[in-house]
Structures are given as C-alpha cells and as structure tokens.
Design a protein around this ligand. Structure first.
Ligand code: C2E
Ligand code: MG
Ligand code: MG
Ligand code: MG
Length: 277
C-alpha cells in the first residue's frame, strides 16, 4: 500500500508507521512475556441462546488480556500482532485448553472456539486440536470451531483437509462474521460447514436499513436450504430478537442476553438466564 502512494506518500507513511511499529513491537514483547509467565491472559465466555433467546445452549470462548499498564484488552488490540509474530499458536492452544475445561464443567452446552486463518497455515492444526481435546477428556462433538470466510479464500488443500479432518473427528464448524468478507456462495458448497453466523453489522442495521432485513431473510433461507444452522450475532434489543426469531434464526447471541464473562461467573449468569426464561 505504501508503495502505491508514490515516493512522497511513502515517506509520509513511513514516518507515521514508525510509531505504530514501535507500539506493536511493545505489545508483541508484552504478549510474549504474558504467555511465558502465564499471566494476564484469560478466556471469557459469552452465552449463545436458542431461537427465542430464552435458553442458553452454548458458550463462545473469547480471549481477554489484562495488560500490565494498558488495562483489559479486547482481542482486536492484539490478535493481529499475535498472527504476525507466530504467537497466535500459543494463544490458540491456551484458548482450546481452557474451553475444554469449561466443556467438562458444562456437559450440556456447546463450546465455540475461534480459529485464526494463520493457525491453519503454520502447523498441523487438526492434529493439534484433536490431541488437546482428547487429552483433556472433552468430547469433540461438544466443541464448535469458528472460522471466518477469509479462510475459505485460501483455496488450498491445507485448509480443506484440516476442516475435513476436524469434522471427521466430530467437531462442528461455524462460519463466523458471515456476509462481511468476500462471501462467495461457491465456497459454502466447497467447504463443508455446519453453521453460519450472520455478522453483527446486519443485526445492528435492522430497523435502520431495509436491506439488512432482506439480507438476513435470504441468508437464513440459503443456510436452511443447505442444511445449515443459522445464528445471529450482536443482538442488543428486544426488537432485533423478535425479528431474528421470526426470520427463522436458530441461535442468537448478543449483549441483550449477556456479554462474555469470566468462567467463574458462568454459574451465576446461567442461573440468571434460567430465571429470566
Ligand atoms: P467474533 O468471533 O465475531 O466474536 C464476537 C465479538 O462480538 C466479541 O468481541 C463479542 O464480545 C462481541 N459481541 C457479542 N455480542 C455483542 C453485541 O451484542 N454487541 C456488540 N457491539 N458486540 C458484541 P471480542 O471478544 O472483542 O472479539 C472480537 C474478535 O476477536 C472475535 O470476533 C474474534 O474474531 C476474535 N477473537 C476473540 N477471541 C479469539 C480467540 O481466542 N482466537 C482468535 N483467533 N480470535 C479471537
Ligand atoms: Mg466468533
Ligand atoms: Mg463474529
Ligand atoms: Mg468478528
């Protein structure tokens, strides 16, 4: 991108890049330390509800980092750095191990784990995930692996083989943030997945933009026609919940029900959800 801006643009860009490179290097060092010392990184869990939003049927594992000076960081602040530096492998293993523990504590709930495209490229991910889950004593059928559409763009056999192996081992695969990437319907039939998660941007535009409703209807119909379960992310209001239920979404997730909470808080959050139902 810098090159495309020409000589002057390049110089200007270069200077501002200096600061952000420094910032990212700092975060990388801190992250490396956090991983080595096993300190600061934790996994929070967000409830996933049934179609009416009354019953918790699953939990999504979401990484958090209590940074020594910057406070509690959301993944957007460090996942891309972890991907660039190879640290994503360590983070991925940490999250899966934690999720397996929660899976054993909550045998009736499905536990979703996000996987970065980089994790597929740098190692034998399928073997690693299968190994971690087996040695933890959790059941693969209880674990759902969330990948984004961008992973399907790498039309190479590595990804397809890994997904096939994971599904054969009993894991379910969900397509996360559906509709935001270079969605191509042909990918959906080429790679076998079990669920699509309609991106939060469509949910949040419900009520403002009529096309959001039309898109959601179309995605639900498409998903169901292909035998997939359809989930909607980012449900924040009762109106959105009602629309999504009537549109036929199978699962709902969002702040209306609960944000992600530490594993220790799950007991009280799930009890509250049960009482609200
Ligand atoms: P995602 O997988 O699409 O996760 C959903 C994100 O939306 C989470 O943000 C969640 O806190 C947020 N969210 C849920 N409900 C609502 C809502 O009603 N309103 C709004 N405004 N937001 C809502 P979070 O935890 O900051 O994670 C951001 C992204 O970082 C995730 O998006 C996922 O792509 C990535 N991520 C998180 N944990 C991991 C991980 O362990 N590994 C990898 N590779 N990526 C992760
Ligand atoms: Mg996700
Ligand atoms: Mg998502
Ligand atoms: Mg996302």
């Amino acid at each position: 991108r810098a090159k495309a801006e020409g000589r002057d643009g390049f110089r200007f860009f270069d200077e501002s890049m200096d600061e952000s490179v420094k910032l990212r290097r700092g975060i990388e060092q801190d992250l490396r330390q956090a991983i080595q010392q096993g300190r600061g990184l934790s996994v929070h869990y967000q409830p996933q509800m049934d179609s009416s939003g009354t019953r918790v049927i699953g939990l999504e594992a979401l990484l958090r980092w209590q940074h020594p000076t910057r406070g509690l960081l959301a993944p957007d602040a460090f996942i891309s750095i972890a991907e660039e530096t190879g640290l994503i492998g360590d983070l991925g293993r940490l999250v899966i191990r934690d999720a397996c523990g929660v899976a054993r504590d909550w045998p009736s709930l499905s536990i979703a784990v996000n996987l970065s495209p980089v994790q597929f490229r740098t190692r034998d991910l399928a073997a690693e995930v299968i190994d971690i889950v087996h040695s933890s004593g959790a059941r693969p059928s209880q674990i759902e692996l969330e990948v984004t559409e961008s992973i399907l763009l790498d039309d190479d056999d590595v990804v397809r083989t890994a997904l096939t192996q994971l599904r054969a081992a009993g894991f379910r695969i969900a397509l996360d943030d559906f509709g935001t990437g270079y969605s191509s319907l042909s990918y959906l039939s080429k790679f076998s997945v079990d669920k699509i998660k309609i991106d939060r941007s469509f949910t949040s535009r419900l009520g403002e933009a009529t096309d959001a409703a039309a898109i959601i209807h179309a995605v639900v119909r498409l998903g169901h026609a292909m035998g997939l379960s359809v989930s909607a992310e980012g449900v924040e209001t009762g109106e959105q919940r009602a629309f999504l239920e009537s549109a036929g979404c199978n699962e709902l997730q969002g702040f209306l029900f609960s944000a992600a909470v530490p594993a220790q808080s799950l007991k009280s959050v799930l009890r509250e959800q049960q009482q609200a139902a």
